[in-house]
Design a protein around this ligand. Structure first.
Ligand code: PGA
Length: 257
């Protein structure tokens, strides 16, 4: 982390878990566990149907609400989709785009991820743009080339002012939901590489200001070491964000100097 230049973000990704009726009790428990002062932004990205409940319950606990996906289209005949204006209208502050599960199960490619990020930015929602390599790519020593491409594609057509609203999440696919965390050195190496790509595209100042999160089996035990890395500015947390005690411990770990 480097709080002098950029904000720390601890974002939970509930995926397709929990119920709207469980949001309030969850937040009450989380609030009781959270450190009294904190140096990060806390976000929970929930299924869209729970966002209103999250906003209501999260207000006092200072937990922001985010979505997990958005349509690239503004409006119209796209049954089942949710637009950026609709997310903005109910008060979502963030939205994940390009999560590897969307890429894998819904065939999302890099240009679609780019279109979604732009759709969000146009409506004032901060995209959390996910990138990350597969195990095969890592073993073939293609990690940085691949991730660099994903970052470039996702940011295509996004200007420096809009970049300030973007958060990048580096999530190696092999570490997601597997209990296998990247070592802090592996995670730092790629996050540093991502910042270098952004520096080439936008220059030193914008690159210094962008928050880059790590995701993939981050938990209460390994968070402090990962967050101590200079280019890791927070976490995108799946499994451990479903447990108030664990999620609060990760927030507490981000309080370190
Ligand atoms: P995990 O998920 O923490 O359960 O590995 C992270 C993510 O998919 O964002």
């Amino acid at each position: 982390m480097n709080r002098k230049y950029r904000k720390t973000v601890i974002a939970g990704n509930w995926k397709m878990n929990m119920l709207a009726s469980e949001v309030k009790p969850f937040i009450e428990q989380l609030k009781a566990e959270l450190p009294k002062t904190r140096a990060c932004e806390v976000v929970l990205c929930t299924p869209a149907v729970m966002i209103p409940a999250m906003i209501k319950a999260g207000k006092e606990a200072k937990v922001a609400a985010g979505g997990q996906d958005v349509s690239k289209f503004e409006k119209g005949a796209y049954t089942g989709e949710i637009s950026a204006s609709q997310l903005a209208d109910i008060g979502a502050k963030y939205c994940i785009v390009g999560h590897s599960e969307r890429r894998q199960y819904h065939g999302e490619d890099d240009m679609l991820v780019n279109a979604k990020a732009r759709a969000l930015l146009a409506k004032g929602i901060q995209p959390i743009i996910c990138v990350g390599e597969s195990l095969e790519q890592r073993e073939a020593d293609l990690t940085m080339e691949y991730v660099a491409y994903q970052v470039k594609a996702a940011l295509s057509g996004i200007d420096a002012a809009q970049l300030r609203k973007c958060v990048i999440a580096y999530e190696p696919i092999w570490a997601i939901g597997t209990g296998k965390t990247a070592t802090s050195a592996q995670a730092q190496e790629v996050c540093e590489g991502i910042r270098a790509v952004i520096r080439k595209l936008y220059g030193a100042r914008p690159a210094r200001a962008v928050s880059i999160l790590y995701g993939g089996s981050m938990n209460a035990k390994n968070a402090a070491e990962l967050l101590a890395q200079p280019d890791i500015d927070g976490g995108l947390i799946g499994g451990a964000s479903l447990k108030p005690v664990d999620f609060a411990a990760i927030v507490a770990a981000s309080n370190q100097e």
